[in-house]
Design a protein around this ligand. Structure first.
Ligand SMILES: *Cc1c(COP(=O)(O)O)cnc(C)c1O
Length: 197
């Protein structure tokens, strides 16, 4: 038997949190990051609270389809990118942006036939040690991606592991700045804790 725990999330609270983020980073654009069907609350409900965001960043392709079905025409980013080659068909069809964090994803993209080049977010492992290219391999990955006709634009992204802990973001930020120095493209860095910090 599951324990009888219930969490009530008010969409007004999501809207409030989004406004807090905008106030903390007025010059930035803000992703609504939604995982695991909004932790079970339903992506459609989370979308209602966060539709004032500049885009939605998701993990699950099925949730991306559901957000498009709601009529969302703005950016959708797949935070972990594609898992298999055919996922790229869906990216082309639904105009999904996707993260590229490993060589296999570059190879899939190189084989992908599309009329519409993709916007990708090249992920740096700056110290979270979950996904992403290591700093010494980042530039080579960028160069490979930039040469692909399937790629229209490359943005640069990393994820902070300790933004709300004593360690903070300084070390990872330094790694990011060094690895991305002189590279063109938009930067997407901060999770909520880092923005508030
Ligand atoms: C989950 C996630 C975020 C958002 O993290 P919050 O702590 O909820 O703000 C940002 N970036 C990536 C890559 C994530 O996986």
């Amino acid at each position: 038997m599951p324990r009888p725990i219930q969490a009530t999330i008010h969409t007004a609270a999501l809207r409030h949190n989004l406004a807090r983020m905008r106030a903390a980073a007025p010059d930035a654009r803000v992703w609504g990051v939604v995982k695991a069907n909004a932790y079970g609350h339903g992506i459609e409900r989370a979308w209602e609270g966060l539709r004032g965001a500049d885009g939605f960043a998701l993990l699950d392709l099925n949730e991306a389809e559901r957000v498009r079905a709601l009529g969302w025409r703005g950016p959708i980013l797949l935070l972990e990118g594609v898992f298999e080659a055919r996922d790229l068909e869906l990216c082309s069809r639904l105009n999904l942006w996707h993260a590229v964090h490993c060589d296999e994803q570059i190879e899939m993209l190189a084989m992908h036939k599309t009329h519409q080049p993709h916007r990708v977010f090249l992920k740096l492992n700056s110290g979270m040690n979950r996904l992403g290219f290591r700093p010494q391999r980042y530039r080579a990955a960028w160069t490979r991606l930039a040469a692909l006709p399937q790629v229209e634009e490359i943005s640069l992204v990393t994820h902070f592991s300790d933004a709300d802990a004593p360690a903070g973001i300084a070390a990872q930020l330094a790694v990011f700045l060094e690895a991305t120095r002189d590279l063109p493209g938009e930067r997407s860095l901060a999770n909520s804790a880092a923005v508030l910090r």
